[in-house]
Design a protein around this ligand. Structure first.
Ligand code: PGA
Length: 260
C-alpha cells in the first residue's frame, strides 16, 4: 500500500479526522471524496492529513484518500497480533487495509471499554510492531482540572501509556481534555500551552532526549472558527478533530490553517 505521509521523524504538523462510529458506505465515500477534492484543489499544505473512518470503510476509502496524499488511520486496535478475540481488530489488519496510523486510548474507549493506560501501552507496542504510527490520547476530566490535578493526571497517563518501543518519529500524543470533547468548550491558550509543554518535557525524559520529531496534537471541539487560534499556540503540532471532521468543508477549514 502507498505511504502518503512525509518522512518519519519530520516534525510536520498533523491534522487527524476521527469519524468515530459515523459513516455508512455512501456517506463515508461522499465525505472522503469531498475532503480529497478540497485537498487537491487547495495546493500544498504544511501539514500531514490522516483520516480515521470506521473500520468497515478503511479498504473502501484507501485509494481515494491516497490519491490525494491523505493517510488512513484506525481508531483502535488489539494488543494481540491475532487469535480468539471476537469482534476485535489487530494492528496488522489495519496495516493490511492501508492504514499508516492508529488512534489509541481515546477517552471514549477509556470510559466505555475500561481501557487503562497500561492496556493502551500494550496496544501501542503491538501497533508499532505492525509498522503503524500511534496516536496516543490523554486528557483530564473536568473534576480533575477543577481539583488542580490536570498536569498530574495527564502526566501519569503519558508515563503509563507510552510503550518502551518507538520514538518521536512514530509516536504522536493527542491532548484531549475529556470535558472539551464534543462540548464546544475549549481550554484557554495558557492551559493548552502549559499541558503541551508538560507532555513534551515528559516525553523527552522518558525517551532519553528523543523529542525533536514529536507531534503533540490538541483535540476537543476544534472547528474552522477556533482552529487558527488553537493551532498557533506554541507547542501545538496539529489537531485531532471529531465532530467537525464529518463535514468536508469544516474539516478543510481546519487543515487550511497550514495552507500557503
Ligand atoms: P470533537 O472530538 O472534535 O467532536 O470534540 C474530538 C475527539 O474526540 O477526538
Amino acid at each position: 500500500m502507498t505511504e502518503p505521509l512525509g518522512s518519519a521523524g519530520a516534525a510536520r504538523p498533523i491534522v487527524v479526522a476521527n469519524w468515530k462510529m459515523n459513516g455508512l458506505r455512501r456517506a463515508g465515500r461522499d465525505l472522503a471524496e469531498g475532503i480529497a477534492r478540497l485537498k487537491q484543489a487547495g495546493g500544498e499544505l504544511a501539514c500531514d492529513v490522516i483520516v480515521c473512518p470506521p473500520v468497515t470503510l478503511l479498504f473502501e476509502l484507501h485509494d481515494t484518500l491516497a490519491a490525494a496524499g491523505i493517510a488512513l488511520g484506525g481508531q483502535n486496535s488489539h494488543a494481540a497480533e491475532k487469535g480468539a478475540h471476537t469482534g476485535d481488530i489487530s494492528a496488522p489488519m489495519l496495516a493490511d487495509s492501508g492504514c499508516s496510523h492508529v488512534i489509541l486510548g481515546h477517552s471514549e474507549r477509556r470510559a466505555n471499554h475500561g481501557e487503562t493506560s497500561e492496556a493502551v501501552g500494550e496496544k501501542a507496542a503491538a501497533a508499532l510492531a505492525a509498522g503503524l504510527g500511534v496516536i496516543i490520547c490523554v486528557g483530564e476530566s473536568e473534576a480533575e482540572r477543577d481539583a488542580g490535578d490536570a498536569l498530574d493526571v495527564v502526566g501519569d497517563q503519558v508515563r503509563k501509556s507510552l510503550p518502551e518501543q518507538g520514538g518521536s518519529g512514530d509516536i504522536v500524543i493527542a491532548y484531549e481534555p475529556v470535558w472539551a470533547i464534543g462540548t464546544g468548550r475549549v481550554p484557554n491558550a495558557e492551559q493548552i500551552g502549559e499541558m503541551h509543554r508538560h507532555i513534551r518535557d515528559l516525553f523527552k525524559q522518558l525517551k532519553s532526549g528523543d523529542v525533536d520529531g514529536l507531534r503533540v496534537l490538541y483535540g476537543g471541539s476544534v472547528n474552522a472558527e477556533n482552529a487558527a487560534d488553537i493551532l498557533s499556540i506554541e507547542g501545538v503540532d496539529g489537531a485531532l478533530v471529531g465532530g467537525a471532521s464529518l463535514s468536508a468543508e469544516k474539516f478543510w477549514g481546519i487543515c487550511a490553517h497550514y495552507g500557503h
